[in-house]
Design a binder for this molecule. Sequence first.
Ligand code: PBG
Length: 335
Amino acid sequence: MPATPQLDPILAPLARPRRLRRTPALRALVREARWSPEQLVLPVFVREGIDEPVEIASLPGQYQHTVDSLVELAHEAVKLGIGGLILFGVPAEENKDEIGSNAWAEDCIANVALRRLREEVGDSLVVMADTCLDEFTTHGHCGPITEAGEVDNDAAVACYVKVAVSQARAGAQVIAPSGMMDGQVAALRAGLDDAGFADVPILAYAAKFASAFYGPFRDAVGCELTGDRKAYQEDPANVREALHEVELDLAEGADMVMVKPGASYLDVLAAVADMSPVPVSVYQVSGEYAMVAAAAERGWIDRERIVDEQLTSFVRAGADFILTYWAMEAASWRA
Ligand code: PBG
C-alpha cells in the first residue's frame, strides 16, 4: 500500500474550508444567500370563456384559470405565504383587435379577475398586474403597428397608460409594464398620478431581453406572434444597454426594477443589483421552468434540488424578489 499523500504541514492547518461544511447545521449557519416564500411572486393566467382550468401543455403544472379557480389558487398562495401574484389576462379571440383595446376595458378578463382577487385576498399578498397589449392584439405585438410595419412606440405607450389606470381601478397593487417601449414608465407614472393612483408603485421590466426562453409563455397566453420582438426588447448580448435602460426607468420614476429572463442573465442581475437604489427583481421565465420540468420528468435531474439551487442563485446575484412559476411548489417545500 502506498502511503497516503500528506499535505504541506505548515499550510494545511490554515486552509481547511471543509471544517465549515461538515454538518447541515454548520452549513446553514454560514450560508450567505437564502430565499424564502415571501420573496416569490407567481405569474398566473386567467382566460376568458372557459369553464374549467386548462393545463398549459408547455408549462406542465401551470394553468389557464377561470376567475373562480384563480381565486382558489390565490387562497392557497396566501396559505403558503408567497409574496404575490402577477396576473396575465387571456381574452377570447373575438375580443382581440389591432390595438389591443380590450386590455383597458373595465370588464376585460384581467380586470374582472383583479377585482375578484382583491375582494378575496385583500392585502394578504401583493396583487400585481402585467401591463402590456400582446395578449390582446390580433398580431401578438406589444403595441399598434405602423404602416411601415413597426411597433409604434408612442401609440403603444398611450395605450399602456389606459391599461394601467384600468388595472389600478380594478385593484392592482403594483403595475408592471412589460412592453419595452421608450418612455413607458414616465407616462404611466403621470397617468396613474392624474387618475388618483399616486401611491400605486411601478415595477419596471427594465432589463428585458428578446429571449427564446419566452416560448412557452406564448402558448400560455394564446399569443399569435409571428416574427420576433427584437426591435423593442433588448439584445441578449448587451449588458451596458441593460444598465442604461435601468437608469432611464429609474429616472422616469420606477419604484422597482426587473431583470428578465433569469438564469442566463445572472451577470446582468448582479450588475443591476450593484447600481440600483430601488428593489431589484428577476423573472425566471416560462422556458426556464419548462426545461427543468421536462428534464425532471425524464428523471434526468432532481427537480427540487435544481429549483432550490436556481432560486438561491438569484438571491446570491442580488435579487430581492423572484417571479417564478415554481413559487407555489417551492413554498410548499418550506411549509
Ligand atoms: C409580454 C410578456 C412576455 C412575458 C411576460 N410578459 C412575453 C414576451 O415578451 O414575449 C414572458 C414571460 C415568460 O416567458 O414566462 N407581455
